[in-house]
Design a binder for this molecule. Sequence first.
Ligand code: MLT
Length: 243
Amino acid sequence: MKVSVSLSLAEAPPNGALSCVVAIDVLRASTSIVTAFRNGCLEVVPVATLDDAWRVAASRPDALLCGERMGKRVDGFDLGNSPLEYSPEVVSGRTLIMSTTNGTVLLRKYDEFERVVGCFANLHSLVQWLLEHYKGCDVHLACAGKLERPGLEDIACAGAIVAMLRRSQESVECDDGALVALSVWEHLDEDPAKAVFSSSHGEYLCSIGHKDDLKYCSVIGEGPVPCIPVGTTAIRGAGGDVN
Ligand code: MLT
């Protein structure tokens, strides 16, 4: 498997065909989407802009409108972007239309590729998924970061994925971005909480009252692996363990 990593949204996609893009936004879009599927949501429609969110919502009155700007729920939306809001009581059986500052923009940036959503909450099942479905393929780990700048928590998560792939039976060829991510993960003693709590976005979220989200987003788990097939714009199901 060839593994490449882009460290922020500003980076151009790598040249050549990619079999799969892993969209990583640990704080918090990826973790919220994984949580929503774990808790029984039917579908997530990621959109880049608020205008798109209102437009799609107008044709889907049954859907919940979700997301944030500056880390805060958008006025008139049903939910913000705290994974703790995506409980079974709220999301089970529902369609979610979601717009966040970086995470959903990242998902739409790679529309022409198959995408899966990655974070610490589904780290184990995600790596298993990649090993089962993309052996010998080109896999790109795309970090959302913040406003086109790198985010420590996303790079650390990419590094964790690279480390786990390299410990598997699969032979893994890394580009320089993947080697950078791996070094960051090792430098942090492979501790997700160190990355999440010392990141600038983590500090910002704490300052606006979301410290509990940081704790939740730091836990390595076996959450589901939400997938968006090539050329489609909605996540209609999740692989891996959905319980
Ligand atoms: C984003 O897409 O930028 C986020 O997930 C921000 C956040 O809600 O923490």
